[in-house]
Design a protein around this ligand. Structure first.
Ligand SMILES: Cc1cc2nc3c(=O)[nH]c(=O)nc-3n(C[C@H](O)[C@H](O)[C@H](O)COP(=O)(O)OP(=O)(O)OC[C@H]3O[C@@H](n4cnc5c(N)ncnc54)[C@H](O)[C@@H]3O)c2cc1C
Length: 398
């Protein structure tokens, strides 16, 4: 591996990853898969993952993005997720991640139609299995949908759906540990640096851990961690509520629906889960469900679009943080230009769990071989914070 600019005593570890959520765990797995000799240490302050986005996620996977890089990642991601039971098996025992390929249905009104068509053309050119539907097609395929005010829809025929985020996280951790990765409970409160490089991190108990490479996989807390190194990443923790609702009328083969109003909904066991951008949004608010938002924002829009939900019952709800990139709502990945050995995997703004295995593979390739080999994710480079040129993803949900 390219050991980075570290000079002097042998560091505690080759790669020190701060954050053991899906990004950190996936990177630990990919690094040790590609190079079994690399020493990887993951520091995670909460091994219960109570507030980690990875276990509070809706864990959807889709091809329907508006940027070429996200479509390329999505194509690799669905292949990874399909193969995950085999790839992450330990001693022949395959983990189940519950991948359900039931598609995404993006809906558009007249003013959204041009964007939908443009994204559709890009997706088709990249080989994605997506269909553009006129209102008559929508009526025929989805008789439970009210097509009032709709102009078109886009349906992922294959390669889209959802999975169990917690199971993926646990499988990645277990496989990384089987590869020899060390997971240590600790709260990183400082970053030591010299000569344009991170030398190590300081834990709240005073322990110093040195490294050849450091990685910011701190999810919604990425900005705080970057701040310890004197850097700024525009990533904020935005609470998002997931409502669990029952519907008295069966809705067979319901895809993940994304409405013109911004709500999303998908089946989950005997229920449905869904959410919406809150009309009152805030950064770093408490991680408690927005109960008022159900009546105020979610349910009115839902029952207008799918009238069967007029009789819906709110079963429960939870909240998690989007690690929201306020600059352009896309991942910020790779080396930070200010430091020679500090890797960022942040800011995915609601589409991070599906991207984690592929972003992790790309980061592992960068650290081990100096360049991206499988999927070129350079469009997501942190450097765009320096150039000031955004890579706007239009298909951000919530
Ligand atoms: C409601 C909701 C719905 C979502 N739906 C989808 C979806 O459908 N599809 C999709 O792809 N994505 C979705 N996402 C986004 C996705 O879940 C996240 O992008 C992804 O889980 C981020 O993973 P992470 O490892 O970066 O962050 P996390 O899982 O939050 O992990 C970060 C970890 O870092 C640790 N940490 C932070 N700071 C420190 C420190 N200083 N020292 C030690 N440890 C530290 C934290 O304890 C935490 O465990 C959703 C998110 C939410 C909240």
């Amino acid at each position: 591996m390219k050991r980075g600019p570290y000079r002097g005593a042998i560091p505690t570890t080759d790669v020190l990853i701060v954050g053991g959520g899906v990004m950190g765990a996936a990177l630990a797995y990919q690094l040790t898969r590609l190079d079994p000799t690399v020493r990887v240490l993951v520091i995670e302050r909460d091994p219960t993952y109570a507030e980690a986005s990875s276990v509070l996620s809706a864990a959807g996977v889709r091809q329907q993005f508006s940027t070429a890089v996200n479509i390329a990642i999505a194509q690799a991601a669905i292949e990874f997720l399909r193969a995950a039971p085999e790839l992450l098996a330990i001693n022949g025992v395959q983990p189940q991640i519950g991948l359900t390929e039931q598609g995404y249905l993006y809906l558009a009104n007249e003013s959204q139609r041009a964007n939908l068509q443009q994204a559709h053309a890009l997706q088709r050119a990249a080989g994605a299995d997506v269909l553009l539907l006129e209102v008559a097609d929508l009526n025929r395929r989805f008789p439970w949908l009210s097509t009032h005010s709709l102009a078109a829809g886009s349906l992922g025929v294959s390669g889209e759906g959802w999975f169990d985020g917690q199971s993926l996280l646990q499988a990645l951790i277990a496989k990384a540990k089987a590869h020899g990765v060390q997971f240590r409970v600790g709260n990183v409160v400082g970053i030591e640096q010299a000569a344009h490089a991170v030398r190590g991190v300081r834990l709240s108990d005073g322990t110093m851990l040195s490294c050849a490479w450091a990685v910011n996989a701190a999810g919604p807390w990425a900005q705080q961690l970057a701040g310890f190194a004197g850097l700024h990443v525009p990533v904020v923790a935005r609470p998002r509520t997931v409502y669990v609702v029952s519907c008295p009328t069966p809705i067979p083969r319901c895809p993940l629906v994304i409405d013109t109003s911004g709500f999303w909904l998908r089946p989950e066991g005997q229920y449905f889960i869904g959410g919406v951008v809150p009309s009152v949004d805030c950064d770093a608010g408490p991680l408690t469900p927005d109960w008022d938002g159900f009546e105020r924002d979610f349910w009115p829009a839902l029952s207008r679009r799918i009238p069967a939900f007029e009789a819906a019952r709110l079963v429960r709800a939870w909240a998690g943080y989007y690690e929201y990139n306020t600059f352009d709502q896309n991942g910020l990945v790779g080396l930070h230009p200010a430091l020679d050995n500090f890797i960022f995997m942040n800011g995915f703004s609601g589409h991070g769990i599906q991207q984690a295995p592929i972003i992790a593979q790309a980061m592992a390739e960068l650290m081990l071989g100096g360049r991206y080999e499988s999927v070129d994710v350079s469009d997501l480079s942190v450097e765009r914070l320096v150039t000031g040129v955004p890579l706007r993803e239009l298909n951000v949900i919530g």
